[in-house]
Ligand binder design. Structure first.
Ligand code: 6PG
Length: 226
């Protein structure tokens, strides 16, 4: 789906999440969502904390992350910090249901522990209700960057991934986790990302985002033209 700009895109994404939460809570008594980092979802998170807050039963929401930078939680780089500052400080998600990736720890240990917790709560084949993803201008998603080892991971659910071009470690959901989600919502805005979106629709595309192919869940693209 295409939208004129980030504002209309963010409202549409908020509606999508409100509906997904309502359905999941009605059917299973909980809504497990994985948030993404970056700048694109900021407005969405602000809207969920304000205009749309009353339409979500936050007590039944579990917040996970699709990825995290290996930085402390109070870092300006932290995906958790961004979500806390725009959403989590304003809605009553129980603290025990905010499943922060521990970017401050050794990446391999933090990834293994997060995978253990994910499986403990969601079972041996964890299926999130909704995995929210962004897309970088290089076609990366979560922290699945081009030419990095996490792209080929087939058995792990959460893995540490060194990103040479950023010279930093990341924690990320693998394709296995993303593609087991009941719904994957990809938000991207701006001309460069529209171009990458079009590229990703081509058969045989090798961009990391092109391998987001949830099954049996479904993939929703929400694209802002500017
Ligand atoms: C992150 C995100 C990442 C992000 C893209 C797009 O940790 O940075 O998870 O995958 O979604 O880099 O970022 P922007 O929204 O800032 O363009």
């Amino acid at each position: 789906m295409r939208y004129a700009n980030l504002e209309t895109l963010s409202h549409a994404a908020a509606e999508q999440i409100v509906t997904a939460a309502s359905d999941a809570i009605a059917e299973r008594g909980a809504f497990h969502i994985a948030l993404s980092g970056g700048s694109t979802p900021r407005r969405l998170y602000q809207l969920l904390a304000t205009d749309y807050a009353a339409r979500v039963d936050w007590e039944q929401v579990w917040v996970w992350w699709s990825d995290e930078r290996c930085v402390p939680p109070d870092s300006d780089e932290s995906c958790y910090r961004m979500a806390k500052d725009t959403l989590l400080d304003f809605v009553p998600v129980p603290a025990a249901q905010i499943m922060r990736m521990e970017g401050e720890r050794d990446p391999a240990i933090a990834a293994q522990d997060y995978e253990t917790i994910l499986i403990r709560h969601l079972g041996a084949v964890p299926a999130l209700d909704l995995s929210l993803l962004g897309m970088g201008s290089d076609g990366h998603t979560a922290s699945l960057f081009p030419d990095t080892s996490a792209l080929t991971e087939r058995s792990r659910w959460i893995i540490e991934n060194f990103v040479p071009k950023l010279s930093m470690w990341r924690l990320t959901m693998t394709y296995r986790t993303i593609n087991h989600a009941r719904q994957v919502l990809v938000m991207a805005s701006g001309a460069e990302k529209v171009m990458r979106y079009n590229q990703a629709q081509q058969p045989g595309c090798t961009l990391p985002i092109a391998r987001v192919q949830p099954s049996p869940g479904w993939l929703v693209w929400m694209i802002g033209e500017q």
